[in-house]
Design a protein around this ligand. Structure first.
Ligand code: SER
Length: 317
């Protein structure tokens, strides 16, 4: 397909898997980040250093490469954001506004915006959280992403920019470390289980949160972006659901494969963040509009994660 795609924040948990997936579909995918690229992103030579806070650099890149689509992944997540609210606000807000401005003014055809379950808050219905509901987030991450959703909607209305977004749940993956979120335990636990057969969890045992396996998230993201524009009824972001589980349920599933595995619970400041979030998400609007269906169950995720982490461990030994 003749598109030139720019991915910001490409070295993060999503970007490091989305870029190779996009490269299978599109002929030119430019990965960008502030950081040095890992080998998996560097092989196709299409990597540039880019700071989304520096608008001229962004503009130059989009013009020079004649970028037709942008996946704007660069952001600060919930736990890091609570530690440094000023930085989180600046990167999440100013970065997005720069991207929106440059896209709208330079005929970029499509923009992807990653939103989050953190746009909801303690006053939102916790189970089967609907697409349209009370939204009173109480983290800077959630506040900035909710404002970001509204900016996306506004740009679509005012400029016609074809912007599409997903409210990602906690994402589980093994290729790149999770990046400062409240749901990161569901990644760390696997590495600790394989390596040390024990894990100290910073959330309490019955804290149920919405989660998704990365292959589902990547497929859903590309499916949303490839759906015909007339199918897209919401320009803020879609509810996007995989499965829901608690640390105790995940630990029990891991124990089926590693019987010696033990878990302890020592909740920290992230417990309060998690307590303000939904437990399960109703994504019937995404199902209706562009046919979203997740594929991975908890059992399938655990089998696949353990297999891949063991493989990585033995190949690096
Ligand atoms: N995984 C994110 C976080 O925990 C939620 O979108 O911050």
């Amino acid at each position: 397909m003749s598109e030139t795609i720019l991915v910001t924040g490409a070295c993060g948990q999503i970007g490091s898997e989305l870029v190779p997936a996009l490269r299978k579909v599109y002929n030119r995918v430019i990965a960008s980040d502030l950081k040095e690229p890992p080998e998996s992103l560097n092989d196709a030579s299409d990597f540039i250093r880019l700071d989304v806070l520096y608008k001229n650099g962004l503009l130059d890149c989009i013009r020079r490469f004649k970028v037709t689509q942008v996946y704007h992944l660069a952001a600060v997540l919930s736990a890091t954001g609570e530690r440094n609210p000023e930085m989180a606000w600046r990167i999440n807000m100013k970065g997005l506004r720069n991207v929106l401005d440059v896209c709208a003014a330079n005929n970029v055809r499509k923009l992807f915006f990653p939103s989050t379950i953190a746009v909801f808050g303690p006053t939102t219905p916790k189970n089967g959280t609907p697409q349209f509901t009370v939204m009173e987030p109480n983290t800077i991450y959630g506040i900035s992403k909710l404002a970001g959703e509204r900016w996306c909607h506004w740009y679509h209305l005012k400029t016609g920019l074809d912007v599409r977004g997903l409210r990602y749940p906690g994402l589980i993956s093994y290729k790149t470390k999770a990046g400062g979120g409240t749901t990161d335990y569901a990644v760390e636990i696997f590495f600790e289980a394989v390596q040390h057969k024990k894990y100290v969890c910073y959330l309490s045992e019955n804290t149920v949160l919405p989660m998704m396996y990365m292959p589902d998230a990547i497929r859903g993201t590309i499916e949303l972006m490839e759906a015909p524009a007339e199918r897209i009824s919401t320009r803020s972001s879609y509810n996007f659901s995989g499965i829901s589980f608690s640390p105790a349920e995940l630990a029990a599933e891991i124990k089926k494969h590693i019987p010696e595995f033990t878990i302890q619970y020592q909740p920290d400041f992230r417990q309060q963040i998690a307590d303000g979030w939904p437990q399960s998400i109703d994504d019937s609007v995404a199902q209706r509009d562009w046919g979203w269906q997740p594929a991975y169950s908890l059992q399938a995720i655990v089998v696949d994660m353990l297999q891949n982490i063991r493989r990585l461990k033995s190949s690096s030994a």
